[in-house]
Design a binder for this molecule. Sequence first.
Ligand SMILES: NC(=O)c1ccc[n+]([C@@H]2O[C@H](COP(=O)([O-])OP(=O)(O)OC[C@H]3O[C@@H](n4cnc5c(N)ncnc54)[C@H](OP(=O)(O)O)[C@@H]3O)[C@@H](O)[C@H]2O)c1
Length: 308
Amino acid sequence: MKKITIGGEVPASEIALGFWRLAEMSVADASRLVKTALDEGIDFFDHADVYGAGKSETMFAKAAGFTPSRREKVVLQSKCGIRLEDGTYFDFSRDHIVSAAEAILRRLDTEYLDILLLHRPDALVEPEEVAEAFATLHAAGKVRYFGVSNQRPNQMELLRKCCNHKIVANQLQFSITNSGMVDSGLATNMEFAQSVNHDGDVLDYCRLHNITIQAWSPFQYGDFKGSFLGNRELYPGLNDVIDKLAREKGVTNTAIAAAWILRHPARIQVIVGTSKPQRVKDACAASGIELTRPEWYALWKAAGNTLP
Ligand SMILES: NC(=O)c1ccc[n+]([C@@H]2O[C@H](COP(=O)([O-])OP(=O)(O)OC[C@H]3O[C@@H](n4cnc5c(N)ncnc54)[C@H](OP(=O)(O)O)[C@@H]3O)[C@@H](O)[C@H]2O)c1
C-alpha cells in the first residue's frame, strides 16, 4: 500500500476505510473488516459523530480494540458540525466544536484524534470561533490536525484568515461518475454542461495550498443513488471500459475505479465505505497499479464526459 502525507503533515495509506454505512454491523463483523484493512496496509479510519448518531464510533472502538501501541500506528479521523437534535442543522460554534470533539474521543475510546474535520459548511460560521475551538483542542492534546469537508476555496480562506492551524484535508465527493472537480477545468468557458464550475476550482486550490483531498463515495453515482460498478443499465459503456481494464490488469472493477482516483497527481486519498472484507482487498489492489493517461481519459469519457 502506497503512502501519502495528508496536508504535508500526516503520513497515511492512500486508501482509507470509512464508517458511515457501518453503524449496524456486529462487532465481530466489523472486527474482521478492520483486521482485513490493516492486513492490506490501510492505517487510516474515517468517522463522523453523526454516523449512526454516534453508534458507529462506539462500535469501531470495540471492533478495533487497539492497544495503546497499536493506536499510535493508525490515523483516526472524525468530523463534527452536523447536529441532529431540534431538526438537522450545522454548527461551527466554538462550544459545539469543542464538546463534539470531546464526545468523539469518549466514543472512540482514545486520548486524541489525529484529524478533526468540519463536516459541512455552516452558513453562520464565525471563523474566530472556529480558531478558538481548534486552539483549545490542540492545546489540550485532544486533536493533532484539522481539516474540512465539502468546502469551497473561499470558505477555507475565511477559516485560514483566523486559524493558526493548517487545514490539512478537504473531504469531497469524487468518483469517475462524480468528477466535477476535473470536468470544468477541461472545458473552461465553453458552452456545454460540464464547463459549469460548481466548486470554485477546489481541486486547484487544494493543490496550491497542499491540502489533501479525500474522495468520499468513490464507487457511487449521483446523490447516494448506488454503485456505478456493474450498473449496466445506467453505465453500460463505462462498465465495458472498466471491465476491459480489469481483465487486462488482473484486478477487479473496484480496483480500476479506485485507481482512476489515485492516478490524479493531486495524490487524492480514497475513502472506501464497503462492509465486505473482499471489497476492501479489491480496492487495495488499486494501490499497485497506475493507469496510463489514455486509460484515465478513456474512463472519464466513458462516464459521459466530452473533451473539447
Ligand atoms: N464528508 C462527507 O460528507 C461524506 C459523505 C459520504 C461519505 N463519506 C465518507 O466516505 C466513506 C465512503 O463513502 P461511501 O460508503 O458512499 O463509499 P463507497 O465505497 O463508494 O460505497 C460503499 C457502498 O457501495 C457498495 N458497493 C461497493 N462496491 C460495490 C460494487 N462493486 N457493487 C455494488 N455495490 C458496491 C457497498 O456495498 P457493500 O457494503 O455490500 O460492499 C456500500 O454499500 C464513508 O464511509 C464516509 O466515511 C463522507
